[in-house]
Structures are given as C-alpha cells and as structure tokens.
Design a protein around this ligand. Structure first.
Ligand code: ANZ
Length: 961
C-alpha cells in the first residue's frame, strides 16, 4: 500500500544487518508478546474480592479505572481513525501501571444497534450472527495493536448475561419513585405504604383501599421513574420507530439516517429523568469534564427561573410561565399552544363584537379558525415552529382574559411559536420585551406597551421601534397599580418584588422550569433488550420477578417494524416482537400471591442507549450472577475519593458527539442506582476527555466524485488520478470517500508500535488531525534508531556496557524522564514522544555503547507508547519479568534543572538588567528576552532602538536611537 520499502529505505540490504528492526521483525516480536501477554494474563486487574480477586499487595495500591467509550461493532471494521482513543487510554493505563497503580482497563461492545437490524430486515439473517462476526473481526483488529486490556472483563451488551442486568436495572427504576422532600429515589413500595396509611394524600382524593387495581396502577404511574404514557412523541417513519428528543436534530430529523420526524400520539415508556434535573445540573460542577460538554448539558437541561401567573378567564384561569414577571404590566395579549387543552373551553360560538379582521384568519367562527390553525400547526416540527426568522402566525380564539395586575382585558390567541411541551404551554405576551411577541404584535396590530426604559436612546414611543428591547440593566416604567409599583426598579429587583406580590395575592408563585423532558424509552425494533414487563387482563403492567431474567429475545421470521399512519389515531406501529403470539401470550406465576395467570408481554424494546447506561459497573464484576456488582468491588473502583466527591471512572475518553445522549442518560441511571443503595458512586465518569478526529484527505475528480486516495500521484504541488488533475480536501475517513486506511495495512508495513507512536505523535489528543500515510515512516525510523542504540544489528546481541553515563547523557536522560512523566500524566502524548526522540537522538549522536542504566531508562520510557519493542528490549537486557509492571524511573532533580548563566544587559554602556539564561541560548532568543525584560523596557522609556549587540549567552548591549 505504500511506496516505501522500509528495509530499502535504510540503505542497507537485510543480509548485512540480519538483526535490524524491520517490519518483519516487528511482526514477529509483536505476535510473540501478544501471545505471551494473553497466556500470562499480564493485564489482569485484581479485584478486592470475588472471582477476579488477586494479589492483595496490588489491590492495596491506589486504583485507576481507565475507560474508552465502547464501540459499536460495525461490519465495516476499523480504520486507522477509530483506535486513536483506544491507543491513548492504553498508553495512559500503561503509564499508570508503571507508577504504582492497580489499573483496570478493558473494552466491551455496545452491540445492539440499527445497522445489524437493517441488514436483518433486508436479508433475514439474524442480527446476532452479523453482530458477533463484527465483534470477532474487531477483536482481532484490536489485538493486533497490543492494547493492554483485561480480557476477562470484556462483554457485549447483547449477551443475555449482561442484558439480564440491564433489565434488572429497568425494574429498579420502574419500581421506584422520586421523593422530592428527601431529594432521592425510593422504592415504590414505600410510596404505597404512605398511601395506605394516609400519611400521603392520594392524588385525586379518596382513600387507597377503595381504589381498583387499575386505578392504583394509574396513580403509581404518575410517580414511577419508568412509566408508560400516551403522549405526543417523535415518530420517525423512515426508521419505523419513535425517538427520544436527544435523537432528533436541530432541524427536526433523525440523528441516525437523517429521516424526517413527526409528532404522533402513542403509548410509550418514559424515564422520569426530569426528576433529576437539579442534581444533574449541580453535580456537573465537581466533574473534571471539558467546559464545552458541561455547557451543552446545562443548556440541554435548561434551568429557567421565573414565575407562574394566573390570568382569570370566565371564572377560571390560564396559568402562564414567564421568566420576566417584572414585565407583567406590558402583557397586552396571551398566547396558548394550539394543542393546549383549555382552548376548547373558551372558544365561543361567534366572534365577539368588533373583532379585528386580521385576528380571525378569515374564518366565519372562532371554532373553524381554531380547527384550521391546529391542523396547520400539527404538520410542523417544534423546530420549524420556533424558527426565529419566520413570519408569526396565529388566530384569536374569540375570548379575553384579565391581566391580573391592571385588570385589562387581553385577547387570547393560539400560535405555533408557543410549544405545549414547555412551561405551561401558555404565555403572557410582552411585545416590548420579547422579540417573538413584538413581531406577532406588529402582524396582528396589538398594543405594544413600553414597560422598560430603553437604554439605547430609542425613546419610549413604541410606534417608532423596529424590535423589542431587552436589557437587564434597564429600569422598569409604567408599572404600578394601587397596591404595588415597580417603577424605577432595576429588572432583578422588580422580578423579586412582583413575584412576592403575586404569591401574597395568591395569583402566582416563583418557579423553576426546565427544558429537559422525560426520556422516551421504548422503540418499535427487534434488536434491543425486551422489557421485563407483562400486562394482565386489565392492562396493568407487572414486573417480571428477578428469577425470570434475562427475558431473552424470541426468534422471529420478520425483523421489520410495520409502519402506520401518524395522522390516523386508530393505527399503531406493529413491532417485530408483537407478531410472535407464542412469546407474547404467556401464563406465569409472578410470585405475587396471585398464582399462575395469563399475561401479555410488552412488545417494544429498549433504546440502544440502555446498554451503555451502566456498562462501567459490569467491567468491575463481569461474572457475578447474583448481583449487578458486588458493593465492595464497586466501592474500590468507583467510590468517592478526595477531590472526586461523587466517585466515578478516573478517565473516560471518547468523542464529543455524546454530550447530551449517552453522557446524560448514564449519569441519570447512576443516580438512581446510587439513591437505591446499589452503588456508592453518584456519577459514572469523574474525568472526561474528548479526543479529536483523525481526518483524511479526500480526492475528487472534475465531476466531484471521490477517487481512491491510495492511487493519487502528487507532482509539482498538484494531485493526479490516472493522469487527470483532482482536487484535495479534508474530510472524514471511510469507504464512501474512498480514503480508508486500515490499521492492518500500517501494521503490515511498519508494525503496531510504529502505528501507535504515529497516532500519538500526530498532535495534541483533543485536536483533529489529517492522516498522512507517508509520515508514518518517521516513527518507524525512531524505533529503528532505538533498537540500534541497544542491539548490534549484525549479531543481535545487546551492546550496553556497565559503565557510568557521562554528565550530558545523564542530563538528557533525566530531563526526558521528568518531561515524559509530566506529559503522560497530562495526556500530552505527542510532546512525550518528542522528548523520547530528543533523548534517542542525543544517544545516537554521542555514539558508542550505551551504559546499561541509560538503555534501561530509555526502554522504560518507551514502554507505555511502544510496548512490544520495549518488552523485547527489556528481556534482551537480561530481565525475566515483564516490562509492563516495572516502575517508571524517577528523575533526579540535580540533572533536571538547567544550568544557567547570568547575562548582563547594558544600555549606553550602563548595566540595566541581569538575566538568568540557558548557556545554550541563541543570539536571537537572547535579544528577544533582553528587549522584553521589564527593567530594560522601563530604562528605554519608549525610545527607539538603533542597534543591539548580542554576545550570547553573557552580554547584550543596546544602543537607543
Ligand atoms: C413574558 C416575557 C417578557 C418573556 C419578556 C420573555 C421576555 P426560557 O428562558 O427559555 O425559559 N415562553 C414560556 N413558555 C413558552 C412556551 N411554551 N413556548 C414558547 N415560549 C414560551 O424562556 C421563557 C420565556 O419564553 C417566558 O418568559 C415566555 O416569555 C416564553 F420581556 O414571558 B416570557
């Protein structure tokens, strides 16, 4: 695949140097050590107890739990972009092992997923078959990279032994409720006990014992952390399933596959993640995550402080949510979401006297106008409805409400810019302060009352305004009644005062509103975890007892979900599981004292996110058949420590695309398990790091089609394919852009150690970088020089001597040790490699046989990055135990500090400053340092410079102009 033959590239024939480090030798060394590590269990991390318990001395060390976001086993296999993060965590894990830690590092597979299922729909082949083949292929690809995984701890989410516990956790969530007072989840049985004893009033009134089983189930459903409900959901006909809000893109399409998404009313399972909104926000503070990801989570959760205010209408009231109760005196109309349930109640038979023409939409009656507008709104996604730039539409419903602060009659509209799913689904419109209201008011010729004194000089005559005015620094005006005045107050104070007034009058209260919605948790798919839920003849949902888990997926003939018409309320999607009557209809004894009965199984499956919501816990205790995880083992690996109050994985590396999906869901499950006492960690991942992407050049012909990148010729700065010029751009790596490079190809050409070094040397880990196959050879040469510094290429014998190293070599060695340690700790692998390269070059230049201590130091430094060659050299140096568990050397500070010399800086012959500089400093560098010195700048006092005479490292003489 590459033009360069590495043996030829070094200018010597293989015969002259039979023991040169070549691709063939790398292949042999790497395979041999990989076999050894597997057989020896070199990477087995001992647990404090259980079947993976091991050496207590190792367990006594500080622990490090280092994880990758586990991969979906794609049928296409890995290209060189995929392992970037896996190599990084492996280097870090090796470094931690060599600095006294008990390191848990392994990798499993997130294996339920759409691609295998779509393949099954098309071909009838069981998704398990394709998925397992893909897992095996990926395992062998990963093995070739020499990753130090504890393979005893690997699993796939599709293993029934694993999803048994996913189902078990679902039941924990189903069987619990959120106690707001205690601010935590509790078993639902404790809520039932409160209803029974009367300690808690039954919602809707009445006593618990007179309720029927169905009525009780309905009440509990309103509390359970997992509940089924009929609600408008995101229905994606293209995927044949409903989707969570997190899976719908900003332009209202499916994140996967980019299909349009519609709203449909369906009975679905939800997770009450909203109960945890505050804790999900608050606990972010103590996590060591990139600020950008924290911000995305904060925005997604979207906490808004404001007030609910009641607007009287026809002896009832409409409650609005506003973040600006201070603007109440400027509320000149109201808007309800078209779907708002109260609308129908207030729509009169005829338009009131004097109704403005533009308010009616041209309809003869309010009823017709409302019906027509609703139909129009239903066909749009939330995003389309909220789009900033669009013209505001709506209709008057024919009724007026009363503004509670000034008694004014305000017309009530429905308009699609108000969403049912946010706040109360109703707003008070303040056109002077809110741009959407302003545009609406202009379109519908509604009054715009100025209630904030503009600070931008536009004046208070709103007729001349071109937009709403919003500023928290401005003062409130035109806002008083007999009882309260906000005039002259700044916004924050006015908010506080009016909120207090509303509460006192019983017409409103301060409230916090969240953007976060409950998590839609069921899918109409085959290839997911079945719900451990059955329904009795009354439709009441029951949990399966733990003894019936795992509930395995049945064999089916047809994997496709059957779609339905989203606008037809009588149809519903037919799930692949529902066609299996034998599996669906069962007689079971649930052990609840009711004896064997007929039940119908839930036929939806869980979303793909379920398996990744808790997998870190299973790595800890993967074979436990009695418990999800032994609490003592969990506490050891995940429990809170100094500086990490919520516990969690010590390092979690993965792509930034999971900011609100996986990372939010996993945090939520952790908190439920924590509340229920199953784990000691309330957060799954203490430190998160997002690696950059490996990009690749895409070459396109004159028609814009990608052409194979491997066959491009470069000459005179241009690129050619079959003689024709092509254009080069940066893009993703992959089959469709014909620019994939496989790790196997690079391993065959240079070896896995070279590939590892190259990926780590390409740049800082969090930055995206273009792959360049031609540059890989640079790291290969580094390893060849390393080898040659220790091994005689003619005889294969080590050349080290048992003499003391000279001073410059000791300095070079200890500086490298010091720098590499710091860089590896800080995940700066590229600069660590630069320091090793520098040391290696120093040794090459110095010539002669290396002192043993220097050779060993060098090998140990290389070991985390290029473990195979390091293991080989370590053994050649006479050691009988693996390099993997050696201690990384510690730098002797005496050799690390730079010797420095004092440089005198003179201006017009007078000494103005003395600088401590490196003896090796260049004239240019020294001039820069001298001119930037504070005392020099002061002495020059702005005068120009005629001439600078530099005699590095001791003297700088400045002649001012
Ligand atoms: C009056 C007002 C005056 C408002 C003003 C804003 C500025 P966030 O910050 O996102 O929470 N709103 C409330 N519920 C809504 C819904 N269901 N659909 C669309 N808009 C809704 O925004 C809260 C503000 O968005 C609320 O405060 C309300 O408008 C609007 F100068 O009330 B405001």
């Amino acid at each position: 695949m590459s033009e360069t033959n590495p043996a030829a590239a070094t200018g010597m024939s293989a015969d002259a140097a039979p023991h040169r480090y070549t691709a063939a030798m790398a292949a042999e060394i790497e395979a041999r050590w990989q076999d050894f590590w597997d057989a020896d269990g070199t990477y087995a991390a001992p647990n404090p107890e259980g079947d993976l318990a091991g050496d207590p001395a190792v367990v006594a060390r500080p622990k490090k739990f280092i994880m990758d976001m586990f991969p979906y086993p794609s049928g296409a296999g890995l290209h060189v972009g995929h392992p970037l993060g896996y190599i990084a965590t492996d280097v870090f894990a090796r470094f931690q092992r060599m600095t006294g830690h008990n390191v848990l590092h392994t990798l499993g597979f997130d294996a339920f997923g759409l691609p295998a299922e779509q393949h099954a729909v098309q071909t009838g082949e069981h998704p398990r078959v394709t998925t397992e083949a893909a897992i095996n292929n990926m395992k062998s690809q990963l093995r070739r990279l020499g990753l130090g995984h504890d393979k005893r701890r690997s699993f796939a989410t599709i293993d029934p032994d694993y999803y048994k516990w996913t189902q078990w956790i679902f039941l924990q969530i189903f069987n619990s409720w959120y106690d707001d007072e205690a601010a935590k989840a509790r078993p639902i049985a404790e809520l039932v006990a409160q209803f029974e004893s009367g300690e808690r009033a039954v919602p809707g009134g009445g006593s618990w014992d007179v309720l029927s089983a169905t009525e009780r189930a309905d009440v509990l459903s309103g509390f359970r952390l997992a509940y089924a409900s009929d609600s408008p959901v995101n229905w994606c006909p293209g995927l044949g399933t409903v989707l969570a809000n997190e899976e719908v893109t900003a332009d209202g399409r499916s994140e996967r596959g980019n299909f349009p998404v519609f709203k449909a009313k369906l009975r679905q399972w939800n997770m009450r993640i909203t109960a945890y909104a505050d804790r999900l926000l608050d606990d972010l503070d103590a996590l060591d995550w990139p600020e950008a990801i924290k911000l995305q989570q904060r925005n997604w959760i979207g906490r808004s402080e404001g007030a609910r205010v009641d607007f009287p209408i026809d002896g009832e009231h409409i409650t609005v949510f506003t973040t600006r109760p201070d603007t109440l005196f400027g509320a000149s109309y109201m808007v309800l979401a078209p779907e708002h349930p109260l609308v129908d109640k207030f729509v009169p038979a005829a338009w009131p006297e004097g109704t403005h023409d533009v308010w009616t939409g041209g309809y003869a009656t309010p009823g017709e106008a409302v019906a027509a507008y609703r139909a129009q709104a239903a066909s749009k996604s939330d995003v389309e409805r909220q789009a900033e730039a669009k013209d505001k539409t709506g209709v008057f419903i024919g009724a007026y409400a009363t503004n509670p602060v000034n008694g004014e009659q305000v017309p009530v509209f429905i308009a699609d810019y108000v969403l049912m799913g946010y706040g109360t689904g109703a707003i008070m419109a303040v056109p002077a302060g809110d741009q959407r209201d302003f545009e609406f008011a202009r379109a519908f010729e509604l009054p715009i009352v100025c209630i904030v004194e503009p600070t931008d000089g536009r004046g208070t005559d709103t007729a001349t305004w071109e937009s709403a005015f919003g500023s928290y620094d401005a003062k409130i005006i035109n806002s008083s009644n007999d009882d309260i005045s906000l005039d002259g107050l700044p916004v924050a104070e006015a908010k506080a005062r009016i909120t207090e007034w509303l509460a006192r009058k019983g017409i409103g209260e301060g409230t916090v509103n969240f953007r976060l919605r409950d998590w839609l948790f069921s899918r109409q798919r085959y290839w997911g975890e079945p719900f451990p839920i059955v329904y009795d003849e009354d439709g009441v949902a029951h949990s399966l007892p733990e003894s019936m888990l795992p509930l395995e997926l049945p064999e089916v003939e047809d994997y496709s979900p059957r779609t339905f018409a989203p606008d037809d309320a009588d149809t519903s999607p037919e799930t692949p599981l529902s066609r299996n009557e034998d599996w669906v209809n069962v007689t079971l004894d649930l052990g609840d004292g009711r004896g064997p009965r007929a039940y119908r199984r839930e036929t939806n499956t869980m979303p793909n996110w379920a398996g990744s919501c808790w997998y870190e816990l299973r790595y800890l205790d993967p074979h436990n058949s009695e418990q999800l995880v032994d609490p003592e083992i969990e506490r050891y690996w995940m429990g809170p420590r100094e500086g990490r109050p919520h516990g969690g994985v010590d390092l979690y590396v993965g792509g930034a695309e999971h900011a609100v999906l996986h990372l939010l869901y996993a945090r939520f499950w952790s908190k439920v398990l924590y509340d229920l006492g199953h784990v000691s960690s309330a957060e799954p991942f203490h430190k998160l790091f997002n690696q950059g992407m490996i990009q690749a050049y895409v070459y396109r012909d004159s028609r814009g089609f990608p052409v194979p990148a491997a066959e491009i010729e470069e000459r005179d700065g241009g690129f050619y394919f079959e003689g024709e010029p092509v254009k080069r751009e940066l893009g993703k790596m992959g089959k469709s852009l014909k620019n994939s490079v496989t790790p196997e190809a690079i391993c065959a050409e240079y070896g896995a150690d070279t590939l590892r070094l190259y990926e780590m040397a390409m740049g800082p880990l969090d930055v995206s970088r273009p792959w360049d196959t031609r540059a890989v050879v640079g790291q290969y040469r580094l390893l060849q020089r390393l080898w040659r510094n220790i091994v005689d290429e003619a005889t294969g014998e080590v050349t080290v001597v048992d003499t003391e190293a000279d001073e410059p070599t000791l300095r070079a060695l200890h500086k490298a040790i010091d720098g590499v340690r710091q860089d590896l700790e800080g995940l700066r692998f590229n600069t660590a490699i630069a320091k090793i390269t520098e040391l290696n070059n120093h040794l090459t230049k110095a010539g002669g046989a290396l002192p043993r201590t220097v050779a060993e130091g060098l090998v140990l430094l290389v070991a985390p990055l290029a473990p195979h060659i390091a293991e080989e050299l370590w053994r050649k140096l006479g050691h009988t135990d693996s390099v993997v568990h050696q201690d990384l050397p510690v730098a002797d500070p005496a050799y690390v500090v730079d010797e420095s010399v004092t440089c005198v800086v003179q201006i017009k012959g007078k000494v103005k400053a003395r600088l401590e500089v490196s003896p090796a400093i260049s004239d240019e560098e020294l001039e820069k340092v001298a001119l930037a010195d504070e005392n020099v700048v002061k002495a020059l006092d702005g005068a120009g410079i005629r001439k600078v005479i530099v005699r590095a490292p001791k003297l700088v003489n400045i002649v001012p102009a």
